[in-house]
Design a protein around this ligand. Structure first.
Ligand SMILES: [Zn+2]
Length: 389
C-alpha cells in the first residue's frame, strides 16, 4: 500500500501526550507518515522514514480531523423566516421543529440523501472527518426508519431520535407516542442505528419518559446519549450519567450536583455553542465543567432550527471567546472530545495506528482557529488516508 509523508509541519496536534507537549501532544517541526488509511508514524521532520509520496505542509499546522458528535442533518426545507423573526425581535408562531417535520415527511428519499450529502461535504471543507447525525424529523415508524437508512448510507455514527418531540398527531396521547417509540418504531429503527437519544426537556419528554425510552433502546443494543439541560434545569444530565450514556448534550443549565455527576462518571459533557449563538441564549459554562474534571466535547448541533452551522472552527472560536475554554482545550474538545463522546479510540488523535484523518490549516498554529474567527483556515483534508480537499 502506498505511503505518504506530510512534512514541514510547523505544529502538529496529536492529542497523545506521550508523543509531544501538553494534553495536545504538540510536536513542532513535525512530519506524519500515512500508510493506507492509517497513521504509521509521527515525529520531528529529521526522523521521518522514507515514503512513496511527499507532501510539503509549508510550515503550517496539522491537527486531527474534527469529530462532530451531534447533528440533525436528515431534513428538508429551512427555517429562515423563523430565524429572521427571532433575530428581529418579532414573534413567530408558525415556527419550530414541526415545520421541519412536515417538510421532511413530504420530501423524497433522493432529496433527503442529496441534502445530507451537501452538508457532509460542507462540514468536510471545514475539517470535519467524522460526523454523527440523527433521525427525529419523521416521527412515524416508516419515516424514522427511512431517515436512519439514509443517514447510515453516508455516515458511520447514526442515532435514533424518535423522541425528539411528541408529534402533533399524538398531542393528546404522549404516553401512546412513548409506546410507539419504544415498540414498533424501535423495532424498525434499531437495525440502522448505533445510538438512541431523547430530548429530555420541559415540553418534550420528562425524566420518566426519557428513562423508559433509553432503557428500551439499551435493551436492543443501542447506546444512550441525551439532549439534556439545554433550556432549563432538569433530570437529563443525572439520568444520562445513571444510565451510562456516552454523552449528555447541551449541559447549559447545570446544578452543582449535575457537574459533580459528569465529573465522576464516564458520560462526556458535549457543549453546542452554535445553539446558544443562534438563539441568543445563555452560554454553557465550560470552565466550570473542566475545573470539576469532566470530559468536554464540542459539537455543532447542526440543524435548520436552532443552530444552522456545520463549522467546528466556529464552535471552537465561540468556546474560547464566551465559554471560558483555552484554545488548547477547545481544539481538544472538538477532536479527541468528540471521539470520546462517540466512544471511538481510532479517531480524534494522530498517533500510530489511528485513522489517517487530518486537517491542514492555512496557519502556523491550531490557536489560529480561535484567533482568526470566521476565516476559512482549513486548506486540505485527508480522510482514511485519502486527500479529499
Ligand atoms: Zn440536538
Amino acid at each position: 500500500m502506498a505511503t505518504t509523508v506530510i512534512t514541514n509541519i510547523s505544529s502538529l496536534v496529536t492529542n497523545d501526550p506521550s508523543l509531544g507537549a501538553g494534553p495536545l501532544g504538540l510536536i513542532e517541526d513535525a512530519a506524519v507518515v500515512v500508510d493506507g488509511d492509517r497513521v504509521a508514524w509521527v515525529g520531528t521532520v529529521g526522523g521521518a522514514p522514507a515514503a512513496d509520496e511527499r507532501v510539503d505542509a509549508g510550515g503550517r499546522a496539522v491537527l486531527p480531523g474534527f469529530v462532530d458528535s451531534h447533528s440533525h442533518l436528515v431534513f428538508a426545507g429551512d427555517r429562515t423566516a423563523e430565524f429572521n423573526a427571532r433575530m428581529s425581535g418579532r414573534s413567530y408562531s408558525a415556527g419550530g421543529i414541526r415545520v421541519t417535520v412536515a417538510a421532511t415527511r413530504a420530501a423524497s428519499d433522493e432529496e433527503l440523501a442529496a441534502n445530507l450529502r451537501r452538508y457532509l461535504r460542507e462540514a468536510l471543507r471545514q475539517g470535519t472527518t467524522t460526523l454523527e447525525t440523527k433521525s427525529g424529523y419523521g416521527l412515524t415508524v416508516e419515516q424514522e426508519a427511512r431517515a436512519l437508512r439514509i443517514a447510515a448510507a453516508q455516515t458511520d455514527e447514526v442515532t435514533y431520535l424518535g423522541a425528539h418531540i411528541v408529534p402533533p398527531d399524538h398531542a393528546d396521547d404522549p404516553a401512546g407516542y412513548v409506546d410507539l417509540v419504544t415498540g414498533p418504531m424501535l423495532d424498525a429503527c434499531a437495525p440502522h442505528a448505533r445510538w438512541i437519544d431523547v430530548f429530555c426537556e420541559k415540553g418534550a419528554f420528562d425524566g420518566d419518559q426519557a428513562r423508559t425510552i433509553l432503557t428500551a433502546g439499551a435493551a436492543r443494543g443501542l447506546v444512550p446519549r441525551v439532549h439534556a439541560n439545554q433550556l432549563s434545569y432538569g433530570p437529563g444530565v443525572q439520568l444520562a450519567v445513571e444510565l451510562g450514556a456516552a454523552s449528555a448534550d447541551h449541559c447549559t443549565h447545570l446544578t452543582d450536583a449535575d457537574v459533580d455527576a459528569l465529573a465522576s462518571g464516564d458520560t462526556v459533557a458535549t457543549l453546542l455553542p452554535g445553539a446558544e449563538f443562534s438563539t441568543r441564549a445563555q452560554w454553557p459554562n465550560a470552565r466550570r465543567l473542566l475545573d470539576a474534571g469532566a470530559t468536554v466535547a464540542l459539537s455543532t448541533d447542526c440543524n435548520p432550527g436552532s443552530s444552522f452551522t456545520s463549522s467546528m472552527p466556529f464552535c471552537v472560536a465561540l468556546a474560547v471567546r464566551d465559554m471560558g475554554m483555552t484554545p488548547d482545550e477547545a481544539v481538544w474538545a472538538a477532536t479527541a472530545g468528540g471521539a470520546a463522546a462517540l466512544r471511538r479510540t481510532d479517531i480524534g488523535r494522530l498517533s500510530p495506528g489511528a485513522r489517517a484523518d487530518l486537517a491542514l490549516l492555512d496557519a502556523p498554529s491550531h490557536v489560529h482557529l480561535a484567533y482568526r474567527p470566521g476565516v476559512p483556515l482549513v486548506s486540505a483534508v485527508w480522510r482514511r488516508g485519502v486527500r479529499e480537499l
